[in-house]
Design a protein around this ligand. Structure first.
Ligand code: FAD
Length: 348
């Protein structure tokens, strides 16, 4: 019986382990969750915005396929606490490939997607001051999930279904497939997948494994009281602002950061960025919360030069499944299915 280790209990590792149990019955799957990092990982902080449209064609396909699976599965919808709010993706202009991507989404989720001009979108509120020529890709069947809730539930289900779930750190992974758990004996596996998010680089470096260009970057958003019903999930490429309605009458709003190569774990939010987020939110959607009513959230994410989650070989039998690059919440269902199938083929 092949033995597979997945190192990392974020949404990527948990989902991959779950897929592996699904696609190769009789395989011993061992997941190391990496506590206590688990409480400060990207999956715990994720905004969970979920839609099908993405400007990158490969990611768009994965996001669309993930959303199709999510919407077809009452179980996954419940585990992920899916809320359908609709989504708006604002682009500075209609790019040459946009129509093709809209068609792709339409073929997967008929009737969900349409394209509006900035004026048409502005008439529906709350967006204002949009640059001339900008367009909005509007999706009805999109919204947000809780990657943290989904991960937690998967860990429970994995243990129930006979996978080995160990709540500890791995000290090292060797190039011949040995996993060295902290405080435990080394174990040799037929395949080891390192899905340790922003911690992956350091873990691989301990045994001289080359990570293929992974980097870390901070993602930061604010949570403030909602002014009314709150916006649907949105990304505004013309200003960088993104957001969605949040639980308990709050709203989540963020801007991209340029804080690269940061050590994961306890990362502090940048007060200057918080101010900038609120300024852009005021000018773009007319949102200005009362002073002192805003909480900033920051966490570190793993980026790969080619973007997106996929199974990447490092050495014979050793792989990574990381590099969500700020968007794996919406692609992880399809990406984990593809990765699990590839691994099965490779093990045969
Ligand atoms: C603030 C923020 C907001 C985001 N918002 C969105 C969004 O709205 N929509 C979207 O689609 N995506 C979003 N993302 C991206 C998405 O959440 C991430 O791509 C995804 O959660 C990454 O999951 P992961 O499992 O790769 O990494 P992580 O969630 O970071 O998990 C890595 C895991 O590895 C474990 N680990 C670390 N070291 C070890 C070790 N030595 N041994 C064993 N285990 C170890 C840790 O315990 C951790 O659980 C956001 C990300 C952030 C940070």
């Amino acid at each position: 019986m092949p033995r597979i280790a997945v190192v990392g209990g974020g949404i990527a590792g948990a989902m991959l382990a779950w897929r592996l149990c699904e696609v190769i019955r009789g395989t011993a799957v061992h997941l190391f969750t990496g506590e206590p990092h688990r409480w400060a990982d990207a999956s715990a902080a994720s905004g969970g915005l979920t839609r099908a449209f993405e400007p990158d064609p490969a990611l768009c396909l994965e996001a669309a396929d993930s959303l199709v699976e999510l919407q077809a599965s009452p179980v996954l919808r419940e585990w992920a606490s899916y809320r359908q709010t609709g989504s708006v993706y604002l682009l500075p202009a209609l790019g040459s490939g946009t129509a093709g991507l809209v068609d792709l989404v339409h073929s997967r989720i008929p009737g969900s997607i349409s394209v509006l001009t900035a004026a048409e979108l502005g008439a529906r509120g709350p967006f204002r001051g949009l640059p001339e020529g900008s367009v909005a890709v509007v999706e009805k069947r999109a919204g947000y999930v809780s990657p943290n809730g989904l991960r937690d539930r998967l860990l429970v289900e994995l243990a129930r279904s006979g996978a080995f779930v160990t709540d500890g750190q791995v000290d090292a992974v060797t190039r011949d497939g040995e996993v060295r758990p902290a405080g435990g004996s080394p174990v040799r596996f037929d395949a080891v997948v390192v899905a340790a998010g922003a911690w992956t680089q350091n873990l691989l470096a301990r045994t001289g494994l080359v990570d293929g260009g992974l980097r870390t970057k901070v993602i930061q958003y604010v949570l403030g009281p909602s002014a009314g019903a709150g916006p649907s999930a949105f990304v505004d490429e013309t200003s960088g602002l993104y957001g969605r309605a949040y639980a308990q009458g709050r709203v989540l709003l963020g801007l991209p950061t340029d804080r690269w190569d940061v050590t994961p774990g306890s990362v502090a939010a940048d007060p200057a960025l918080t101010t900038r987020i609120l300024d852009v939110a005021e000018s773009r959607i007319g949102y200005r919360p009362p002073r002192g009513k805003v909480r900033s959230v920051a966490a570190v994410e793993c980026y790969h030069p080619t973007g997106g989650l996929s199974l990447r070989p490092l050495a014979r039998g050793v792989y990574t499944f990381t590099g969500g690059s700020g968007g794996a919440g919406k692609t992880v269902l399809a990406a984990s299915r593809t990765a699990a199938r590839s691994l099965v083929r490779l093990l045969r």
